[in-house]
Write a protein that binds this ligand. Structure first.
Ligand code: 13P
Length: 250
């Protein structure tokens, strides 16, 4: 087993304007003294620079990046831009982009490669639909997604995988602990086949309706090394209890 600190990451999605940075300040006040836990927030791109400047103790990240270094890609954000704004990490392959914008595994892999090459840490998201879960095909689908979305070479200390069942995102319908345990173990096995002993250092996060009420149970599962949190990351009142639940484990 690798030496994996718990990793609690907030994904603000398309939420947040200047005033909301006060929540990040409050989160940082509590989060930075949580023992054994790494905490990060991924606000919308417009807030990355301001949040990183105002809350320097917090790791701030992007929610996506472009796979190319620069160029004529209207509306897109490059890795260099994120780094320039003070980001330390980026999420790639979120299901809201895979499903809504048709992002493929190979595109996600290209984004992850670009981000690692540019010095960022990366969270690669994977997860199955309800239809795939009900068909009994979730583990095969998700491990195939991981295999096809990971960069060829990666620094395990700068790569995390987030398992987010699509049907659990924003629904309050959290996955069963036994299903989470089985999926995280399957992802770890797949990583071991691919990267050998280095696989033990890659953190595997769970995402999908994580709250202060269910975090302790989920984070106690073997191979659940943290959480990627949407709705409950928008306020310190909801997010800090999740960080505290992570700190209480060990
Ligand atoms: P919720 O925590 O709102 O279900 O969102 C999870 C998620 O998509 C994080 O990336």
């Amino acid at each position: 087993m690798g030496d994996r600190r718990k990793y609690i990451v907030g994904n603000w999605k398309m939420n947040g304007v200047a005033d909301t940075i006060d929540e990040a300040t409050a989160i940082a006040r509590h989060a930075t003294d949580a023992p054994g836990v790494d905490v990060a927030l991924c606000p919308p791109a417009t807030l990355v620079e301001r949040m990183a400047r105002r809350v320097p103790t917090l790791a701030v990240g992007g929610q996506d990046c472009h796979e190319c270094e620069s160029g004529a890609y209207t509306g897109s954000i490059s890795v260099a831009m994120l780094v320039d704004a003070g980001a330390r990490l980026v999420i790639v392959g979120h299901s809201e982009r895979r499903e809504g914008l048709g992002e493929s595994d190979s595109l996600v892999r290209a984004k992850a490669e670009r981000a690692l090459a540019g010095g960022l840490s990366v969270i690669v998201c994977v997860g199955e639909s309800k239809r795939i879960r009900d068909a009994g095909d979730a583990e095969r689908h998700v491990t195939a997604q991981v295999a096809a979305s990971l960069p060829e070479d990666f620094d395990p200390a700068r790569l995390a995988i987030a398992y987010e069942p699509i049907w659990a995102i924003g629904t309050g319908d959290v996955a069963k602990v036994s299903d989470v345990a089985a999926m995280h173990a399957a992802i770890r096995d797949m990583l071991r086949d691919r990267a050998g002993a280095e696989a033990a250092s890659v953190r595997i996060l769970y995402g999908g309706s994580v709250t202060g009420d269910n975090a302790a149970e989920l984070l106690a599962v073997a191979d659940v090394d943290g959480a990627l949190v949407g709705g409950a990351s928008l306020t310190a009142a909801k997010f800090v209890p999740i960080v505290e639940a992570a700190a209480a484990i060990e």
